[in-house]
Design a protein around this ligand. Structure first.
Ligand code: TRP
Length: 331
């Protein structure tokens, strides 16, 4: 059986970094495997938003709107809400006994996030442990294929470590190892050129942004600070406009020509930015239109998520029962 599972934290609307990094890949593989689960990870979102639960709650529907607008189909995927499957929390509790603190603190993605959030020595324990809960999310469904962006690779590694420890120790193939399904576009930088596009850095273009908003953001994009006059030779390296053109422009040959021209000199930032605005608008316009239609029926989306969660629960509770048996908790 090939089982796909993936998800996102609902901490706001999804942006084009999510889109090229993972959503597009999910759309392209949907229907190809035996089962597919897409989880809105509200529990995980609370691990660094515990004092902001309304934001998480409101974002659940926003993320679902983004999912359906990019073309993920309810007939081909089970969408569910993490907290509506409490078995995942219970599994997390058991898995915690198989991971040590040093291992958790060395997780590169968690380390980067802690630095960005400036926790210092005030790290919420729940936050440090979210890779364990992610292992529970994945293994509860016996998922072996995980479409995610490359920042999630350490979570996959952590999951497989837990799986191996439990399988080896109890000498049974109880849990399934998993592997990532990566998209071919590496992580998109923010419009300010910082390595990560994120809501908290205020450098994101959202899937739901309108044309005017996209234009404004592209026009403010980081390019080459030394490319002052049009005739100056420009630098492609670290130039966000070209990074985005690489990710979105269907005409690769033309982009290569533009890069050469830019490096030689004589091609202005405004010209490439205008091209990028067109390219982005072409790609995002149908997504936006679908979103507007779906926004009329937000109640239906919640119903769909609740139904998906009920089904997800039946599967997670079967796995939990198997695990509890192994741990002598089958009273
Ligand atoms: N950590 C993921 C994110 O930040 C969300 C997530 C939670 C997830 N559980 C998962 C992704 C399981 C893949 C598989 O977006």
């Amino acid at each position: 059986m090939n089982i796909v599972l993936t998800g996102d934290r609902p901490t706001g609307k999804l942006h084009i970094g999510h889109y090229v990094g993972s959503l597009k890949k999910r759309v392209s593989i949907q229907g190809k495997y035996d089962k597919s689960f897409i989880m809105i990870a509200d529990t995980q979102a609370l691990s660094d938003n515990a004092l902001n639960p309304e934001k998480v709650r409101d974002s659940v529907i926003e993320v679902m709107l983004d999912y359906l607008s990019v073309g993920l189909k309810p007939e081909l995927n089970t969408f569910f809400i993490q907290s509506l499957v409490p078995e995942l929390a219970e599994l997390t509790m058991y898995y915690m006994n198989f991971v040590n603190l040093g291992r958790l603190s060395r997780n590169p993605t968690v380390k980067a996030e802690m630095k960005q959030k400036g926790y210092g020595d005030q790290i919420p324990v729940g936050f440090l442990c979210y890779p364990i809960s992610q292992a529970a999310d994945i293994t509860a469904f016996k998922a072996n294929l995980i479409p995610v962006g490359d920042d999630q690779l350490p979570m996959i590694e952590q999951t497989n470590e837990i799986v191996r420890r439990i399988n080896n120790h109890f000498n049974k193939n109880i849990l399934e190892e998993c592997k990532p399904l990566l998209s071919n576009v590496k992580r998109l930088p923010g419009i300010d050129g910082k390595s990560k596009m994120s809501k908290s850095l205020n450098n994101a273009i959202y899937l739901s942004d309108n044309r005017e908003c996209i234009s404004r953001k592209v026009m403010s994009m980081y390019t080459d600070p030394n490319h002052i006059r049009i005739e100056d030779p420009g630098n492609i390296e670290g130039n966000v406009v070209f990074k985005y053109l690489d990710a979105f422009d269907p005409n690769k040959d033309e982009v290569e020509k533009l890069k050469k021209h830019y490096e030689k000199g004589g091609l202005g930032d405004v010209t490439i930015k205008k091209r990028l605005i067109e390219v982005l608008d072409q790609e995002l316009n149908p997504i936006r239109l679908r979103r507007q239609q779906l926004e009329q029926n937000k109640d239906e989306l919640l119903i769909m998520l609740k139904e998906g969660s009920e089904y997800a629960r039946t599967i997670a509770s079967d796995t939990l029962a198997e695990i509890k048996k192994v741990f002598y908790l089958n009273y």
